[in-house]
Design a protein around this ligand. Structure first.
Ligand SMILES: [Zn+2]
Length: 79
């Protein structure tokens, strides 16, 4: 499962965030509300995915901004 790999979750979060940030900014600059709303929603989805699935596959602790090869909570290696 993709949610078992923090590295994959990070890629999905970053991808969703990037895809959402572009229309959010473009919409804000061009004053196109629909575009801004879509972009902001995608950014929110990225944040939700981050908080729900960016966890250690061993101990299940939330990894926050940790990008290391080892879990800061249980010390086990990330796959
Ligand atoms: Zn852990």
């Amino acid at each position: 499962m993709w949610k078992d790999s923090p590295r994959t979750v990070r890629k999905i979060v970053f991808g969703t965030f990037a895809v959402g940030a572009v229309p959010a900014l473009a919409g804000a600059m061009m004053e196109v509300t629909a575009l801004t709303v879509i972009g902001v929603l995608l950014v929110i989805v990225a944040v939700v995915i981050h908080f729900m699935f960016y966890r250690c596959p061993h101990c299940g602790e939330f990894l926050d901004r940790s990008t290391g090869a080892y879990c800061p909570h249980c010390g086990k290696k990330m796959e």
